[in-house]
Design a protein around this ligand. Structure first.
Ligand code: SF4
Length: 245
């Protein structure tokens, strides 16, 4: 049987043939910005979470100012991203906890941690899950880690790269031995595949670049509908302009 790493490399190549190499930020964003942006992105689309992130940075130019704000005020500022109470609680408690623990609001101390230790450190903060932690590592620290959201979870299980019931288990299996240097393109193109072709219901297997290797039992090559292209990726658009100075 083909190894998981070889299969990931093959899938990555087929996705690049179809969608190209996904663009990414030229300079790495601030990891705290990335963490807050990822909290805001939960259960909403990238356009709304980007608006909420901009609102937050405009209202509180430094994270120290946001840490002093009332949770309810943060909730109002990020309203457009939905789940205001839950997201404002996670943001407020992360900012106050890190400030207490390190006397400043910076994740630069993680630079010397290996991937596993950095994830474990981040998920110790209340309200921070594995997905948020892994996005911080991939998008702002350039680590070769593949975060697992709902699209990545669904597609890698259908393709047969892993066999796991929850996104967190999928994350563990997928990242056990991830082939070097391709986590960003693999992750980003799988999200695009999930949004445009491999939808939760009636996936368009007839036009899928992976249909010859995919192991999904309900694969239906007659379905060929291409869904609306949506290639705005929030986490590749966190600009230095909004970074904490
Ligand atoms: S062949 Fe079908 S189920 Fe498999 S990845 Fe493509 S769209 Fe999804």
């Amino acid at each position: 049987m083909e190894s998981k790493s070889k299969l990931i490399i093959k899938v990555n190549k087929l996705l690049i043939d179809k969608f190209g190499i996904p663009p990414r930020n030229k300079s790495l964003p601030n990891p705290v910005d990335m963490l807050i942006a990822t909290i805001l992105s939960q259960n909403t689309n990238d356009n709304n979470s980007y608006k909420a992130f901009k609102n937050l940075k405009e209202k509180y130019p430094t994270w120290e100012e946001a840490a002093k704000a009332k949770r309810s005020d943060i909730e109002i500022v990020i309203k457009v991203a939905g789940l205001g109470k839950q997201k404002s609680s996670a943001i407020k408690s992360f900012l106050t906890d890190i400030q207490k623990k390190h006397n400043n609001i910076s994740l630069d101390y993680l630079k010397n941690y290996d991937e596993k230790s950095a994830i474990n450190e981040l998920i110790n903060y209340s309200g921070i899950g594995v997905k948020t932690a892994s996005c911080v590592l991939l998008f702002s620290m350039d680590r070769n880690i593949c975060p697992v959201d709902t699209h990545v979870h669904r597609t890698v299980n259908r393709i047969g790269i892993v066999n796991a019931k929850t996104p967190d288990k999928t994350f563990l299996f997928l990242n056990e031995t991830f082939p070097p240097k391709i986590a960003h393109s693999f992750h980003t193109n799988l999200i695009r595949l999930g949004r445009e072709i491999c939808k939760p219901k009636n996936p368009s297997c007839g036009i899928c670049p992976l249909n010859k290797i995919c192991k999904y039992e309900e694969k239906d090559l007659q379905i060929k509908k291409m869904h609306k292209k949506n290639d705005f990726m929030l986490l590749d658009n966190i600009k230095t302009k909004y970074s904490v100075k």
